[in-house]
Design a protein around this ligand. Structure first.
Ligand SMILES: Nc1ncnc2c1ncn2[C@@H]1O[C@H](COP(=O)(O)OP(=O)(O)O)[C@@H](O)[C@H]1O
Ligand SMILES: Nc1ccn([C@@H]2O[C@H](COP(=O)(O)O)[C@@H](O)[C@H]2O)c(=O)n1
Length: 209
């Protein structure tokens, strides 16, 4: 008798606005599941590289429109992990708006997490997901968090963060990110809150038993 095949990976999508707490939810969920059991794809790493543009032109790109992402590569990588194959996830540099020249090997694992503002946007990606989460945090809180983070970690000035927020982040959030909440199985209010995280972690554990 041939040995039983392992169950297919359990794929989780974690979406929500910029600064909503997606990375925090993801980090805590990965800790609860056990990092050795999780393959993590971060959608930010799948921004298109735009070597043909000048630095000034790259800084003017609308990074909150779906067209800013390399969906073909993201689909290819999620499919590979789903089939048990490792992938070389690109690394994105927010200070230069470029894909870095090194990548990170993401090994196949029984749980796969895709986290990003538009993690629930693409139907082909959604079809692979067993659990879809939307992290819901008020816009003013998200803006304050983003302002602090982009100045501290992403090499931006206050004026740049405000201008980008008004020109693209806010309108694209309303047009593309917010509508994906309807695809979610679970909406996490106030970002990474303990009861919601415990429920989600219990659901993942039950599905893997
Ligand atoms: N529940 C929370 N309470 C307070 N601060 C939070 C909470 N969740 C996230 N943060 C903080 O807000 C900032 C943005 O969170 P992050 O998880 O990186 O958001 P996202 O990945 O959605 O952009 C980080 O500095 C993080 O520490
Ligand atoms: N070169 C870039 C690329 C993306 N952004 C912004 O990142 C946000 C998504 O990342 P979160 O970690 O906040 O979810 C998105 O809203 C883009 O505006 C950027 O500023 N520069």
């Amino acid at each position: 008798m041939s040995p039983a095949l392992p169950p297919p990976p359990f794929i989780i999508g974690i979406a929500g606005g910029s600064g909503s707490g997606k990375s925090t939810v993801t980090r805590r969920l990965v800790e609860a599941i056990g990092p050795e059991h999780v393959a993590l794809l971060v959608q930010d790493n799948y921004y298109r590289d735009q070597p043909q543009l000048s630095a000034a032109q790259r800084s003017q790109t609308n990074y909150d429109h779906p067209d800013a992402f390399d969906w073909a590569l993201l689909r290819e990588h999620l499919a590979a992990l789903d089939q048990g194959r490792p992938v070389a996830m690109p690394h994105y540099d927010f200070a230069t708006h470029r894909r870095a020249d090194h990548s990170q090997t993401v090994a196949a694992a029984p749980v796969i997490v895709l986290e990003g503002i538009l993690a629930l946007h693409d139907a082909a990606l959604r079809e692979r997901m067993a659990l879809k989460l939307f992290v819901d945090t008020d816009g003013d809180i998200r803006f304050i968090r983003r302002l602090e983070r982009d100045i501290a970690e992403r090499g931006r000035t206050l004026q740049q963060v405000v201008a980008q927020y008004l020109a693209t982040v806010r309108p694209m959030h309303q047009q593309f990110v917010e509508p994906t909440r309807r695809f979610a199985d679970v909406i996490l209010p106030h970002g990474a809150n303990d009861p919601a995280l415990e429920l989600v972690a219990a659901r993942v554990a039950a599905a893997r038993r």
